[in-house]
Design a protein around this ligand. Sequence first.
Ligand SMILES: NC(=O)c1ccc[n+]([C@@H]2O[C@H](COP(=O)([O-])OP(=O)(O)OC[C@H]3O[C@@H](n4cnc5c(N)ncnc54)[C@H](O)[C@@H]3O)[C@@H](O)[C@H]2O)c1
Length: 374
Amino acid sequence: MQKIINGIGNLPGILKELGCSRLFLVVDSSYPFLNIKDAIEALPGGKIKFSDFTPNPLYEQVCEGIKLFESSGCDSILAVGGGSAMDVAKCIKLAVLSKEGDKALIPPLVSQRLPIDGAKIPFIAIPTTAGTGSESTHNAVMYYQGAKQTVTNDGILPDCALLEPSVLRTLPLYQKKCTMMDALCQGIESWWSVNSTEESKGYSRKAVELVMAYWKAYIFDNDADAAAQIMLAANYGGRAINLAQTTAAHAMSYKITSLYKLPHGHAVAVCLPEIWEWMLNHPEDCTDPRGRAYLDGIFDEIAHAMGASDVRGAIAIFRKMMASMEMQNPVAGGDRASELKILSGSVNPVRLKNNPLAIDEPSALELYSIILRA
Ligand SMILES: NC(=O)c1ccc[n+]([C@@H]2O[C@H](COP(=O)([O-])OP(=O)(O)OC[C@H]3O[C@@H](n4cnc5c(N)ncnc54)[C@H](O)[C@@H]3O)[C@@H](O)[C@H]2O)c1
């Protein structure tokens, strides 16, 4: 069972409790500017730092981290950063503990849940963006030969997620918008996912309600209490997707990120309202065994949590949020037709299976042609 604790002041205690003496620090390029850096540097015991990776990290970068961990004599991992840093740390932990090493992260093994004993390397994650919820998931995302890989293993769920919302003070405004929209989409998608459970739906509701209540104060007023609530929302979103997974909006977003360099949360958020509207207009294609009436009930619950009286009203609220933050849809490059073909051929069928309505390639093409501005 993961521990979720609040406040950087509790870090020394949790490290002691988990028996960490020599820390492998996985940090991104924001670390030198973080307000919690000094508290981390002042921790007793040795530390080795790894930060040679980019947002949306690559396999080759993770392999450098694995080599450094193996030569470091570290007994535990502390990840401090956005989803990319936390995911790099997870990949390093999996590779170090699995007998297959870094091959565990790439096809064909990446789709298998290899047996590892996660307890051997205590792992603490401190998110510095409020979006991915990766601090509370057993997934990691990494790119191999240009293709996105999702690593899933119970042994890489951090033992402790430490939430310290004051870190968001240095997060640039556009990153705040993108990551917050990732949290909202994770809340919505996990709620309508075919894998949802009563527990996951409870987390989804909290994620959606918190974002809707605090997003304006977080984005436009830079309010500290609102930042704390959005960080909590993101964590609930992570706990929800850890059980129910994401659906079509995430599946359709990845190629948008790589083709148009749109950050993850922005790419997901341009897909979600179009997919939701499409699902309303295609009632016959429901794949959730609980049936269309159940799904309509879920759509209504999400709409009410967003402060709308019906589903079309909720979609309108979502679009208005995007417009007020000036988050626009991507524009096609030179050859719109071939870009649409690349996009519709790219969709990960595994993630589409979580979607409550079937979306085939022609439907994906139709959706992308709405999402992609001419
Ligand atoms: N593992 C999961 O469950 C999961 C879930 C959703 C998304 N993801 C993955 O997470 C990645 C996206 O993560 P992200 O959106 O958090 O962004 P990110 O980790 O890629 O970071 C984006 C940028 O923000 C900077 N940054 C981070 N915190 C900062 C701070 N407090 N102040 C100043 N700058 C800061 C980073 O240095 C980086 O340049 C993607 O690869 C995505 O696929 C993983």
